[in-house]
Write a protein that binds this ligand. Sequence first.
Ligand code: ZN
Length: 316
Amino acid sequence: MSQLGCVSVDLDSLSHYCHIQGLSPDILSDHARALVATKAIPRLCELFSHLNLAATFFVVGRDIELPHMSAALAKANEQGIELANHSYSHHYSMSSWRTEAIIEDITRAQNEIEKISHLRPKGFRAPGYTVSASMVAAIESLKFEYASSTFPAVPYYLAKASVMGILRALRRPSKAMLDSPAVLLAPTRAYRPSHENPYQKGSARYLELPISVTPFSRLPVIGTFVSMMPEPVVTMSIHALKNEPLFNFEWHAIDVLDVTDGIPEILARQQRDLLIPAAKKIARFKKILTQLRDAREWVTLATAAQALKISVPFHG
Ligand SMILES: [Zn+2]
């Protein structure tokens, strides 16, 4: 089997970033609320079409109600982009809910996404990448073929803990939730999660496709990292993945937006990747993907899960 690559994009709208940064979503104009649909999705579709790559979008069910979102997603799906489930509410505390409540939320998103793609989504990504035993039970009972929530990145974990601490000290608490440190030792390649500890190998019926981090140092090779780090660091980190069966390259819609698109300054000052011009970020993505295009077969995550499950058999 050839090595696989997949770009998966979390389409979280700007209100979710306000929640993370301890800001009120009321700072967003209608124009800003619609930016993922009106600017980010068209830019992503153009890039993937130019490079002739398949990709996966993780859709937040509630965001489908935003103006222009449904049409933008339908167009992306026509282009061959997979639409997968990123929950309905994108509630950061979802992993602490009972299984029944998680099932209800995710099912609502399944129904909304299916109305657009005419296909039941096969994949799920947890809000804030935080998974629990009750969430494993929900994903399994909804018969997902794969999930892609495990993000075993050490610097990401430390940065999140420190930002949350600072916002708490400023009495402007973040709605984000810090995961169990067990995630830091989670497998970095496709595995079946344990029902008790989703960050250990076990016998779940679905496959977990962890978001790519470099071996050993566990640097997060994701869109924000690639757009913000000095180019030699990015090149080295991507080179470190050369033997990985899957490069699960995770982006966010805001990776192709910037403050000049009409994002409030107060949000951009805290979410600093929004200060980098979108054209510059897109040029860097294009360069990297052009270099990697022939080294791997670029597929949707659903296709990757199908191919990789042969190497991770189910012993239920
Ligand atoms: Zn998200």
